[in-house]
Design a protein around this ligand. Structure first.
Ligand SMILES: Cc1cc2nc3c(=O)[nH]c(=O)nc-3n(C[C@H](O)[C@H](O)[C@H](O)COP(=O)(O)OP(=O)(O)OC[C@H]3O[C@@H](n4cnc5c(N)ncnc54)[C@H](O)[C@@H]3O)c2cc1C
Ligand SMILES: *[C@@H]1O[C@H](CO)[C@@H](O)[C@H](O)[C@H]1NC(C)=O
Ligand SMILES: *[C@@H]1O[C@H](CO)[C@@H](O)[C@H](O)[C@H]1NC(C)=O
Ligand SMILES: *[C@@H]1O[C@H](CO)[C@@H](O)[C@H](O)[C@H]1NC(C)=O
Ligand SMILES: *[C@@H]1O[C@H](CO)[C@@H](O)[C@H](O)[C@H]1NC(C)=O
Ligand SMILES: *[C@@H]1O[C@H](CO)[C@@H](O)[C@H](O)[C@H]1NC(C)=O
Ligand SMILES: *[C@@H]1O[C@H](CO)[C@@H](O)[C@H](O)[C@H]1NC(C)=O
Length: 529
C-alpha cells in the first residue's frame, strides 16, 4: 500500500482541533449530545458529566487495573451509557462535529486502559446497558451485545442448556466487546479454538453512523473485527456466535509442584506434551514464587491448572500415557458440569452461579503485563534462569502463565481471521506483575521489562509475536521525540497480527480513512513502512 498524501493535511487539522479543545468546546459538545438525544426521544439519563454525583462511580466501575488512570492527566469530558443504537449514532455525530475523541468501553479490562483514558480531550461510550443475550438452542447460536460480560454469557447459556457452551476467557468480568474483537483464548481453546473463530455475524456502527450487519458491511470489515480489535473500525454493538457442544461432565484439577518437587523438570517436559496431547485436555501452567511453609525459603511453584472435557476415568489413562511424570491421581481431580468449571478457574469454586452475573469489581492493584509466543521448548537451564527473576520480585507479586496452543487453534490458517497465532506455537507466555504501593511503580515496571528482554532468546522472532488482547504499549514504543504513532504501528502491528496487519490497514483505509476511530494502538489508515 502506498502513502496517501491527501490524507495527511486532515490529520494535522484534526490534531489542531483536538489540542485546541477547551471547556467551551466541551460545553458545545455536551449541548450537541443533549440535543441529539432529544431528537431521538431520549432524556439525559445516560449522560454523565463530572457534575453528576455518579460520574466517578460510573467511571471507576469497570476499571480493573489502577495503573493506566494513575498515569493519565485527562478524565473523560462525558460518559454516556447508551440504551440503543440511536444514542451511539448521536455520540459519533457530536464527536466528529466537536473534535472530542470517542473511546468505547465494554468490560474495561484493557491492560493499558485504552477504553477509558486518553491524552487528548475525550469521552467514553460505555456499553454496559447494551448487554442482552439471546440464545437459539435449536440452531446453537446466540446474539450477544458487546456490553455483556463473559460471566453473563456463560450463565445465560448454561441456564438454557446443559450441553451448550462457548469458548472464551476465564475471568467473568471481561467484556465481550474487547475480548471477542481481539481474539479470546480460554480453557477450551485447544478443542474449540478462540472466541473470534466462532463469530458468524455482527452489528457494527460505522463512522457515518450506519448500522451494518455482516452482509452490508462486507467480508473485509467482518474479517477485521474478528481479532483485529473493534476500536479501529467502528463500534460493535453485538456479535452473533455459534455455540459449542460440550459433554455433561468435565474434569478439573490444579496440582502444584515446587522446585523441590521437580517443578523445573516437569515444566520442561510439559513443553513437549501440552500442545500435542488430546485436544479435550488443556494443561495451563501458572508459575509464581513464594515462601515455602516447610523450610521458610523462597521457592517457585508450578500450578498445573487444567480442564478435561470428559470424565476423570477417560482423563487418567491419557495422563498416564503422555505425562506420567506429573503423577496425577484421581484424588487430584473433580468432575463437574462445565458451568461449575468456569467458577473453578476464576477462583469462585463453591459459590453460587450468580457470581457470574456480578459486574462489580474492587481493584486495589496496579499491574503491568506482556506476552510472548514460544515455538521451541525452553531448556531446563533457561527455565532456571527465569525462576531467578521470579524469586527476585516481591513474593506473589509476579506470575507467569503458560497457555498451551495446538489442537483446534491450528486448524485455521494464519490469515483466516486477523488473529495469526496458529500452527507452530507451542504456548503463549503471559507475564504479569502487580503491586499495591505505587511508590515502587518503576521498580516493578523495570523488572517485567528486564525479564521480557531476557526471554528474547527463547521466544518467537521476526516478528517477536504478541497477543493483541494482552495489550502492551511498550511494543513499538519509540524513544525518539516527534516520531509519530504511524511508524510505531509498523512495529506493534506485525507483532500482534503478523502479515494480517497489511490487510487490516487496507480495511481501515476503506472504512475509516479519516481515522475517526482511534486510540494509542489502533490500526492506521495508511502504511508508512
Ligand atoms: C483479569 C483479566 C483476565 C483476562 N483473561 C483473559 C483470558 O482468559 N483470555 C484472553 O484471551 N484474554 C483475557 N484477558 C484480556 C482481555 O481479553 C482483553 O483485555 C479484552 O480486550 C478486554 O475486553 P473488555 O471489553 O473487557 O475491555 P475494554 O477495556 O472495554 O476494551 C478493550 C479494547 O476494545 C475496545 N472495545 C471495547 N468494546 C468495544 C466495542 N463494543 N466496539 C469496538 N471496540 C470496543 C476498547 O475501546 C479497547 O480498545 C483478561 C484481562 C483481564 C484484565
Ligand atoms: C433509545 O433509548 C431511550 C432511553 O431508553 C429511549 O427514550 C428512546 O426512545 C430510544 N430510542 C430509540 C430510537 O429506540
Ligand atoms: C446529570 O446532570 C444533568 C444536569 O443536572 C442531568 O440532566 C442528567 O440527567 C444527569 N445525569 C444522570 C445520569 O443523572
Ligand atoms: C524428582 O526427580 C528425581 C529424578 O528423576 C526422582 O528421583 C525424584 O523422585 C523426583 N522427586 C519427586 C518429588 O517427584
Ligand atoms: C491453584 O493452586 C494455587 C496454589 O494453591 C492457587 O494459588 C490457585 O489459585 C489455584 N488455581 C485455581 C484455579 O484454583
Ligand atoms: C459483587 O462483587 C463485589 C466484589 O467482589 C462484592 O463486594 C459484592 O458483594 C458482590 N455483590 C454481590 C451481589 O454478590
Ligand atoms: C521513527 O521510528 C521508525 C521505526 O522505529 C524509524 O525507522 C524512523 O527512522 C523514526 N523516525 C524518526 C524521524 O526518528
Amino acid at each position: 500500500m502506498q502513502i496517501s498524501g491527501s490524507i495527511f493535511p486532515f490529520f494535522l487539522l484534526a490534531f489542531i482541533l483536538i489540542s485546541g479543545a477547551s471547556s467551551a468546546h466541551n460545553n458545545d459538545f455536551l449541548e450537541c449530545l443533549t440535543l441529539q438525544f432529544q431528537k431521538s426521544n431520549s432524556d439525559s439519563d445516560s449522560i454523565y458529566t463530572p457534575q453528576n454525583a455518579s460520574y466517578s462511580s460510573v467511571l471507576q466501575s469497570s476499571i480493573r487495573n489502577l495503573r493506566p488512570a494513575s498515569n493519565s492527566g485527562q478524565k473523560p469530558v462525558v460518559i454516556i451509557t447508551p440504551e440503543n443504537e440511536s444514542q451511539i449514532q448521536a455520540a459519533i455525530y457530536c464527536s466528529k462535529k466537536h473534535g472530542i475523541q470517542l473511546k468505547v468501553r465494554s468490560g474495561g479490562h484493557d491492560y493499558e486502559g485504552l477504553s477509558y483514558i486518553s491524552q487528548t480531550p475525550f469521552f467514553i461510550v460505555d456499553m454496559r446497558n447494551l448487554r442482552s443475550i439471546s440464545i437459539d438452542t435449536e440452531k446453537k447460536t446466540a446474539w450477544v451485545q458487546t456490553g455483556a460480560t463473559l460471566g453473563e454469557l456463560y450463565y445465560t447459556i448454561a441456564a438454557k442448556s446443559k450441553t451448550l457452551a462457548f469458548t472464551a476467557g476465564v475471568c467473568p468480568t471481561v467484556g465481550v466487546g474487547g475480548h471477542f474483537s481481539g481474539g479470546g483464548y480460554g480453557m477450551m481453546s485447544r478443542k474449540h479454538g478462540i472466541a473470534a473463530d466462532h463469530i458468524i455475524d455482527a452489528k457494527v456502527i460505522d463512522v457515518n453512523g450506519r448500522i451494518l450487519d455482516r452482509k452490508s458491511m462486507g467480508e473485509d470489515l467482518f474479517w477485521a473485527i474478528r481479532g483485529g480489535g473493534g476500536t479501529s473500525f467502528g463500534i460493535v454493538v453485538a456479535f452473533k456466535i455459534e455455540l459449542i457442544v460440550i459433554p455433561q461432565t468435565v474434569t478439573v484439577f490444579n496440582v502444584t509442584r515446587t522446585l523441590e518437587q521437580n517443578a523445573t523438570q516437569l515444566v520442561h517436559r510439559w513443553q513437549y506434551v501440552a500442545d500435542k496431547i488430546d485436544e479435550n485436555l488443556l494443561l495451563r501452567l501458572f508459575i509464581r514464587s513464594f515462601t515455602s511453609s516447610r523450610n521458610g525459603k523462597r521457592t517457585v511453584g508450578a500450578f498445573f491448572t487444567s480442564l478435561y472435557l470428559g470424565p476423570v476415568d477417560d482423563l487418567l489413562p491419557i495422563m498416564q500415557e503422555k505425562f506420567p511424570e506429573l503423577g496425577l491421581v484421581k484424588e487430584d481431580c473433580t468432575e463437574m458440569p462445565w458451568i461449575e468449571s468456569t467458577l473453578f478457574f476464576s477462583g469462585f469454586q463453591g459459590e453460587s452461579l450468580d457470581v457470574l452475573l456480578n459486574r462489580t469489581q474492587v481493584s486495589t492493584t496496579y499491574s503491568k503485563a506482556k506476552s510472548d509466543y514460544v515455538r521451541k521448548p525452553i531448556s531446563e537451564y533457561g527455565l532456571k534462569n527465569i525462576w531467578k527473576f521470579l524469586i527476585e520480585e516481591d513474593e506473589n507479586g509476579a506470575e507467569l502463565q503458560f497457555s498451551p496452543y495446538g489442537g483446534r487453534i491450528n486448524d485455521f490458517s494464519e490469515s483466516e481471521i486477523p488473529f495469526p497465532h496458529r500452527s507452530g506455537n507451542i504456548f503463549m507466555i503471559h507475564y504479569g506483575v502487580g503491586w499495591e504501593d505505587n511508590a515502587e511503580f518503576q521498580r516493578h515496571i523495570n523488572w517485567i521489562r528486564r525479564l521480557f528482554n531476557f526471554l528474547a532468546r527463547y521466544v518467537s522472532k521476526s516478528p517477536r509475536a504478541a497477543y493483541f488482547n494482552y495489550r502492551d504499549l511498550d511494543i513499538g514504543m519509540n524513544n525518539i521525540k516527534g516520531n509519530t504513532s504511524y511508524t510505531q504501528a509498523s512495529v506493534w502491528g506485525f507483532k500482534y497480527f503478523n502479515n494480517n496487519f497489511r490487510r487490516l490497514v487496507h480495511v481501515k483505509n476503506k472504512v475509516d480513512p479519516s481515522n475517526f476511530f482511534r486510540n494509542e494502538q489502533s490500526v492506521p489508515p495508511v502504511s508508512l513502512w
